[in-house]
Design a protein around this ligand. Structure first.
Ligand code: SF4
Length: 303
C-alpha cells in the first residue's frame, strides 16, 4: 500500500493571491480539499476537492494557448516550421473537448483530467457570442505570437541555449519550496532572458512575477541575477516586450514580499511544523472575491 501524500507547505504567487483574496477560500483550496481524490474520502472533503478543480473558459483558453506555444517552440527547436493555423484549430478543438467533458460530467470519474466549468456549475451558461469571443481571443493570441517581437528574439537564439523547464518546477527560498517557472528562458549574449506569455490585459502585478522568476533562475540555473532580464509578453497587445534588468532593489522587494506572505500563511496554521490547519484559523473575507470563488456554493459567507 502506498504511503499517503504529505500536504507539504509551499508558496507560489497564485497561492499568495488566493490567501489575499480570502483566508477561508485559501483553507478550502489547500487544506479542506486535501485527500479528496481518495476513493474513501469523506463526502465533504470530496466535494471541496471537486470544487477546487473547477475551471473556467478564460483559464482554459489561456492554458491552451500556453500549450500551443510550447508545441510551436518544440517544433522550432527541431527545425520544423510550426503552422499557426493548425495550432489555432488544435486550440479550438481543445476548448470544445473541455466544454463537452464538463457537460457530460466526465470530471466525476476523473476530476484532475476532465474539465468542469464554473460557468456550468454556477452559471451563467456560456452563450454562443461568448464562445465566439473566446475563440477569437485564442486565434488572435496564437497568430500574434508568430509575428511578435518575442518570437523574433527566440528565432535569433540557439535552441541549445534554451534553459530546461518543468511545468511545476520549484526552488528553495529560506527553507520553503517555491513554485515559479517562466514560460520561456534562454541564455543569450551573456544574459538570461525570461519571458512569460499573457493572454489577458497588462497587470502591474506581473512585474513582481518576473522578479520572482529571476530568483528562480539564480537558484536553479546559477544565473548571475545582475545579468537576468525578463518581461511579460502580452500577446493580445501584439507580443511586444521590454525585457528589463532585475535590479538588486527589485530582488530585495520581492524577497521581502515572499517572506512576509509565507509568515502570514504559516501564522494561521495550528502547527507550522506539520502544516496542520484548522478551518477556524482562516476567517472569511466576503466581498468581491466571492463572485468567482469556486467554493461559493458551500460557503455560508458567500456574497
Ligand atoms: S465565497 Fe467568499 S467568503 Fe466564502 S470562501 Fe469564497 S471568497 Fe471566501
Amino acid at each position: 500500500m502506498r504511503a499517503p501524500l504529505e500536504n507539504e507547505f509551499s508558496w507560489s504567487l497564485s497561492r499568495a493571491r488566493t490567501f489575499e483574496d480570502c483566508a477561508l477560500k485559501y483553507w478550502f483550496h489547500y487544506y479542506g480539499s486535501w485527500g479528496g481524490w481518495e476513493p474513501d474520502a469523506p463526502s465533504e472533503v470530496r466535494e471541496l476537492y471537486l470544487l477546487k478543480n473547477l475551471t473556467n473558459l478564460h483559464l482554459i483558453a489561456g492554458d491552451t494557448v500556453h500549450r500551443a506555444i510550447q508545441r510551436a517552440l518544440e517544433d522550432h527547436a527541431r527545425r520544423k516550421e510550426p503552422d499557426p493555423e493548425k495550432l489555432v484549430q488544435w486550440c479550438k478543438a481543445e476548448m470544445q473537448r473541455a466544454v463537452h467533458e464538463s457537460l457530460e460530467e466526465a470530471w466525476r470519474e476523473r476530476p484532475k483530467q476532465c474539465a468542469r466549468l464554473f460557468e456550468h456549475h454556477y452559471g451563467p451558461k456560456p452563450q454562443r457570442e461568448f464562445l465566439v469571443r473566446i475563440a477569437k481571443k485564442i486565434g488572435d493570441s496564437i497568430r500574434r505570437f508568430f509575428t511578435s517581437p518575442a518570437f523574433g528574439l527566440i528565432r535569433e537564439t540557439d535552441p541549445g541555449e534554451w534553459l530546461p523547464m518543468e511545468t511545476l518546477d520549484t526552488f528553495q527560498f529560506e527553507g520553503t519550496k517555491v513554485y515559479a517557472v517562466p514560460d520561456f528562458a534562454c541564455r543569450h549574449r551573456g544574459e538570461v532572458i525570461l519571458l512569460d506569455w499573457k493572454t489577458g490585459q497588462p497587470d502591474e502585478r506581473n512585474a513582481d512575477q518576473v522578479v520572482l522568476y529571476a530568483l528562480f533562475a539564480a537558484a536553479r540555473w546559477g544565473a548571475d541575477p545582475d545579468r537576468v532580464r525578463g518581461a511579460p509578453v502580452y500577446l493580445l497587445n501584439g507580443g511586444g516586450f521590454e525585457p528589463r534588468p532585475v535590479t538588486p532593489e527589485d530582488r530585495t522587494r520581492v524577497a521581502d514580499m515572499v517572506r512576509r506572505s509565507i509568515a502570514a500563511m504559516r501564522g494561521r496554521l495550528k502547527d507550522p511544523v506539520t502544516n496542520a490547519a484548522e478551518r477556524e484559523g482562516f476567517a472569511p473575507s466576503p466581498g468581491h472575491a466571492c463572485r468567482s470563488c469556486n467554493f461559493r456554493g458551500v460557503c455560508a459567507h458567500a456574497r
